[in-house]
Ligand binder design. Sequence first.
Ligand SMILES: Cc1cc2nc3c(=O)[nH]c(=O)nc-3n(C[C@H](O)[C@H](O)[C@H](O)COP(=O)(O)O)c2cc1C
Length: 191
Amino acid sequence: MNILALSGNVKRPSRTASLVKVAADRLRQRVGGHVQCIELVDAAPVLFRALRADQLDTEGRAVIAAVEGADIIIAGSPVYRASYSGALKHLFDLVDHRALTGKRVVLAATGGTPLHGLMLEHQLRPLFGFFNALTVPTSIYALEADFTDHELRNPAVLERVDRAVEEVSEITPALDIGAIAASAKHSGLAA
Ligand SMILES: Cc1cc2nc3c(=O)[nH]c(=O)nc-3n(C[C@H](O)[C@H](O)[C@H](O)COP(=O)(O)O)c2cc1C
């Protein structure tokens, strides 16, 4: 199980990266596998060397391959100008439009005002709708005040993290049985 902790932060330290990593870690404890972390503060300078996927260099292709190869993505962003960060959008502009079909996705964001929590529902969820990914119902929104020294401390938000993790784990076995059956058929093992 490849779990990708993908954070649209463009500075460090980052509350968003911290939130996304907590969620990925709790998910790994629940479903197993391993966690890979990508922060746009590192990836964006590489990805912006390309304006189209066919212009990606080796380093950029590796970033996109990690996104396209993940089984589960925890996708988080700081709210910037009432949306997710432009750096995160650029990454998804470079992802093949068929590559995320059926992937399980948890949505997360951090912001300065509670008024922008619905960015998750009105902007980030539709992005994954475009990709035909399976976003779980519970999204996670945390305010700056929910963190101490960039560590998530608010128990109510941590409870939402656990709920989202539970929702992913509920749909994981069924999908994996499907994947195992498909791979058995491919290798000629199934009737
Ligand atoms: C350029 C910029 C734009 C921002 N725009 C918003 C906004 O529209 N709504 C909001 O709630 N917070 C906004 N914020 C606050 C950030 O979303 C918030 O500080 C977030 O936790 C930063 O995440 P990070 O620590 O991962 O970088 C903005 C911050 C910056 C620097």
